[in-house]
Ligand binder design. Structure first.
Ligand SMILES: Nc1ncnc2c1ncn2[C@@H]1O[C@H](COP(=O)(O)OP(=O)(O)O)[C@@H](O)[C@H]1O
Ligand SMILES: Nc1ccn([C@@H]2O[C@H](COP(=O)(O)OP(=O)(O)O)[C@@H](O)[C@H]2O)c(=O)n1
Ligand SMILES: [Mg+2]
Length: 235
């Protein structure tokens, strides 16, 4: 599991691990991992996580392209929206609040979303993660950094004209409570006001890859493919 994997990087000094771990809720398993490694219980040959954030407005094609990236490059796909919808379906304590927030096209408190992502990462045996629809706000971004303690390697931005996004969302036909014109307008406003600053942040950090999200699914994937292919050759 990644949590275990993350704890076993033998090239990292123990004081760095301690500092990092103190910011994480994974302290317990980190220390367990270190102790196990010291005892030689687990082979210390594990990989550093490779994190991709997948950003873009509603209907820009994030989920569609993630499926292709998974097929071609073997990532684990963690859709923030799907995780939140699963919480609603499971009737968890936060379910009603999440449902109302999604209906309003607003953003669920970061702590809730980051915890769900964290759980999935911990359970995964993969070390390559596509985190789809996250971070959607600066608060999301900072919260991920604080709780998970890792920065993304790659940030994809699917850049799509609004009228195309609206058309796609209205045709999506997945029975989602937020795929109606009224909510889409709110989501587009939220995207402009809260998500674009995150995209600009990663642009300034030199981590942003902008994809022109118009054309067929395959044409768009041909813009995505070389980004990951380059990382594969680097190893
Ligand atoms: N390149 C494309 N051209 C036309 N429709 C698309 C394209 N990519 C995705 N779609 C469709 O648009 C809708 C939204 O795509 P989706 O991947 O769910 O976007 P997002 O996750 O960004 O909201 C879906 O019904 C999907 O099948
Ligand atoms: N990081 C996130 C991601 C989604 N969400 C909520 O979930 C809704 C659906 O997200 P999604 O990623 O499935 O939507 P699409 O962009 O794929 O259409 C958003 O409009 C938000 O209300 C959130 O609050 N925080
Ligand atoms: Mg989606």
């Amino acid at each position: 599991m990644w949590r275990r994997v993350a704890s076993l990087s033998s090239s990292v000094s123990s004081s760095f691990l301690a500092q990092t771990a103190s910011r994480l809720n994974t302290w317990e398993s980190l220390t367990t991992g270190i102790a196990q490694q010291a005892k030689g219980v687990i082979a210390p040959k594990e990989k550093t996580p490779f994190i991709t954030f997948v950003l873009g407005g509603p209907g820009s094609g994030k989920g569609t392209q993630c499926i292709k990236i998974v097929e071609t490059f073997g990532f684990a796909h963690l859709s923030a929206g799907d995780l939140l919808r699963r919480e609603i379906a499971s009737k968890s304590a936060d379910g009603a609040m999440i449902l109302n927030t999604i209906k309003e096209g607003k953003i669920v408190p970061s702590q809730v979303t980051v915890k769900l992502i964290q759980k999935e990462m911990e359970l995964s045996y993969n070390h390559k993660f596509l985190i789809d629809g996250f971070p959607r706000t600066e608060e999301n971004r900072v919260s991920f950094e604080r709780i998970i303690g890792v920065e993304p390697n790659v940030v994809l931005f699917f850049d799509c004209p609004e009228e195309e996004m609206v058309k796609r969302v209205l045709n999506r036909n997945e029975g989602r409570v937020d795929d109606n014109l009224e909510t889409i307008k709110k989501r587009l406003t939220v995207f402009q006001a809260l998500s674009l600053p995150v995209i600009n942040y990663y642009s300034e950090k030199g981590k942003l890859y902008t994809i022109k999200a118009i054309g067929t699914e395959d044409e768009i994937f041909e813009q995505v493919r070389p980004i990951f292919a380059a990382f594969e050759t680097v190893g």
